[in-house]
Design a protein around this ligand. Structure first.
Ligand code: ADP
Ligand code: MG
Length: 710
């Protein structure tokens, strides 16, 4: 139960069925009768290609499991199914039972089943209960099927709920959604909805209940975010003087003009700087859209600002990045951007600290920064001598104290937990810093409005000019050689290539069938020996120590290495404009957002880049996803399409967001999101603590706890 996150009575009530089955139509797998046709939902496991014992004919053998039991399955003459069939996801199986004593199913058809029947939510009618039904006392002909965990079956939940229902709990629970809101959107009240979702008499009741809980979840998140925002707006920040003029000076010092989108985002930020309370803003922009420049222009304004009336000294800026490689690259960028300023810039990472300017002459590069001790850095940050600090997670350690931290920036914010992001601004200073969170993860609009409901949004929807369009292609085994030909041609022209693999090492042979995917180590060896013996190939993965990684990256950046074979550690931020090829092995193993990020690695060059997606075995859903990538290179359009197709679970991983399947479904409905948002903000305007709505305030506490998973 802990694994399912079910710890309280309330958790049981909110553990909703994934779907319903009409009893008698779909058999349960422990009631299989030879000769009958069955439709079952569950998982495939242990699929193996083999030769049949007598005839020596090829076949695939394996198991099918649901919460009630398991049954053997057999496909004659189809050994390849062992490799192709989806394991570890919910599937719908249709086939005929054979065998007397030990039943098994022959040549079944398999389809990937989504947790919710498609379109269920849209169809939901807003029927309103007049009276509470009899409490699900078995009159229902719909049998709820719950998301299960080993040892806890749907039947268990069914019986547990009967007891909860019978305990008279409904007289004691209060609805977190105020009555007027429920009436406005025709939502059933909590008690009725709980009965309807667990023991519906008909499908339309279940649908009305799902709609209600979808609204409740989004509404509660929105209310929690609105509260956070309201709290933010009661706090005081440092005033930034003359910011627009300073930002203009910064832009005019560059060799290229900012894009229109960069200018717009910059002025949105500068606008916030003029207000009394701290900025709380999310900057969303596709890979390569130039978010760093917006951060730099606004940071430039902050470190140059001299507040009047009070002697503040220099205001400070903190810039946090998720990896040492990235932090180091940004340190270099800021050294260049701020070359004309008499300020100190520092880098703090787990493996050391550096400060620039160094005592040596020739002020331009990272290599001229001096290594300093951590103690020294902490001292200079605390007494305000260092104006700009770039760093990794090391930046949020308690020992790092600022004198006047006025502006905190988090790069690639999705790589940090929400608590880590907050830690950057939680300072015991006289004012709360302005906060900018940056991300290249393309987030559908409904997502941003909900999960980042406490932040204002700026979007970079334009790439700097002169970028060549990336050519994306799905490569099958047949066309692999011709893809290698293109790689060879690029390398001959002096350019470089990434090869990304889903794993670091070869899997343990005993578990071979669990995760068949190319490993970076083996692929690097194979490419060096058999495919590209004339080029130098480097290896980069997450299990290497930072020093090794930096070394390999440096060699790749300087061109000593032509092909970099890596795991998805290259996903974030590595800037090698000379690299024009991205090959992704086992492409179906990566999420859409991740593939889009990987492709972003080669979109910085002015030469035409190539992205090759090499699926290991593609099921239907994954090949749809790969085809979408082939067609579009607009991250936001891809995100919207992906949400439309499946509910964004696959895009980001549900758990990461702490949102239920029902909530995910709701995110497809912009009208519901907008309504929930307006209502939540209205209540919070009435009073930030929601004292008038105690049951909502209580519910928010629970939701906030779950959201902080992220
Ligand atoms: P991201 O948004 O992915 O963080 P970066 O900030 O790393 O993108 O910028 C990508 C590249 O584009 C950098 O090399 C940067 O110097 C360059 N760049 C940024 N803005 C412009 C611009 N307005 N014109 C030309 N090049 C730009
Ligand atoms: Mg970036």
């Amino acid at each position: 139960m802990r694994r399912l996150g079910v710890l309280t009575i309330s958790d049981i009530l909110y553990h909703f069925p994934a779907r319903y089955e009409a009893e008698g139509v779909a058999a349960q797998s422990d009631k299989l009768v030879s000769g009958t046709k069955v439709t079952l939902y569950g998982k495939l496991s242990n699929l193996k290609a083999k030769k049949l014992w007598k005839s020596r004919r090829p076949a695939t053998e394996g198991w099918f499991e649901d919460g009630e039991g398991r049954v053997k399955i057999l496909w004659f003459n189809q050994p390849y199914i062992a490799k192709m069939a989806p394991q570890d996801t919910l599937v719908k199986l249709t086939g005929t039972v054979a065998g007397k004593d030990k039943p098994y199913i022959t040549n079944p058809e398999i389809e990937v089943a989504s947790a919710l029947p498609a379109g269920l939510f849209e169809k939901a009618r807003s029927s309103k209960p007049e009276t509470l039904p009899a409490g699900g006392q078995g009159r229902s002909s719909l049998f709820p099927v719950y998301p299960e965990s080993r040892g806890i079956s749907s039947k268990w939940f069914y019986h547990a709920l009967q007891r909860v229902f019978a305990s008279g709990i409904f007289s004691r629970i209060e609805d977190p959604i105020p009555k007027d809101i429920r009436e406005r959107y025709h939502l059933p009240e909590l008690a009725a909805a709980l009965v309807w979702i667990h023991a519906p008499e008909k499908q339309s009741h279940a649908e009305a209940a799902r709609k209600r809980f979808a609204f409740e979840e989004i509404f509660t998140i929105q209310a929690a975010k609105a509260q956070e925002r309201a709290l933010n707006d009661t706090q005081i920040s440092f005033p930034i003087q003359d910011a627009p003029a300073l930002a203009r000076r910064f832009f005019s010092s560059l060799d290229f003009p900012p894009t229109y989108a960069q200018e717009r985002a910059t002025s949105e930020i500068l606008n916030d700087f003029e207000k009394l309370h701290p900025m709380a803003r999310l900057l969303e922009g596709d890979v390569g859209s130039g978010k760093t420049l917006v951060a730099a222009a606004t940071a430039y304004a902050v470190v140059n600002s001299r507040p009047q009336g009070r002697e503040f000294g220099t205001l400070q800026v903190a810039y946090m990045a998720p990896t040492e490689i990235l932090a180091s690259q940004h340190f270099q960028s800021f050294i260049e951007y701020f070359a004309d300023l008499p300020i100190n810039i520092a880098l703090i990472t787990g493996s050391g600290c550096w400060k620039f300017p160094s005592k040596s002459a020739g002020w331009r590069t990272r290599s001229q920064a001096t290594a300093i001790s951590r103690a020294q850095l902490l001292k200079w940050v605390e007494n305000g001598e260092i104006a700009m600090v770039v760093g990794t997670h090391a930046l949020i350690q308690k020992s790092v104290r600022f004198k006047h931290l006025a502006y905190a920036i988090v790069d690639e914010q999705h790589r940090f937990g929400i608590n880590q992001r907050k830690a950057l601004i939680r300072r015991e200073s006289e004012a709360v810093p302005h906060f900018l969170s940056m991300t290249a993860t393309p987030i559908p609009r409904t997502f941003a409005l909900t999960l980042y409901g406490d932040l204002d949004l700026s979007v970079l929807d334009e790439l700097p000019p002169g970028r060549a369009k990336v050519k994306t292609q799905i490569v099958t085994d047949k066309s692999r050689e011709s893809a290698y030909e293109i790689v060879r041609r690029e390398l001959r022209a002096g350019r470089q290539a990434f090869v990304v693999c889903p794993r670091i090492e070869e899997p343990d042979p005993a578990k071979m069938n669990a995760l068949q995917a190319k490993s970076a180590k083996a692929e690097a060896k194979r490419l060096q020996k058999d495919v590209f013996p004339e080029y130098k190939i480097g290896l980069l993965h997450g299990a290497m120590v930072p020093k090794e990684k930096e070394g390999v990256m440096r060699d790749f950046a300087s061109g000593k290495i032509q092909i970099l074979v890596a795991t998805s550690v290259v996903e974030v931020g590595i800037n090698v404009p000379n690299a024009t090829v991205m090959m992704v092995e086992g492409a179906e193993r990566f999420g859409l957002a991740q593939l889009h990020q990987l492709r972003g690695r080669i979109m910085r060059s002015s030469h035409p880049p190539y992205c090759f997606l090499l699926p290991f075995a593609s099921g239907q859903i994954s090949s749809k996803r790969l085809k979408a990538l082939e067609k579009s290179d607009d991250g936001f359009a891809l995100a919207e399409a992906d949400l439309e197709a499946r509910g964004a679970g696959d895009l980001f991983g549900r758990r990461q967001w702490g949102i239920s399947d029902i909530g995910m479904e709701a995110l497809k409905n912009p009208r519901l999101i907008q309504a929930a948002r307006e209502e939540a903000h209205r209540l919070v305007r009435e009073g930030r603590t929601l004292a008038k709505y105690p049951s909502l305030a209580e519910r928010i506490k629970n939701v906030s706890r779950e959201l902080h998973f992220e």
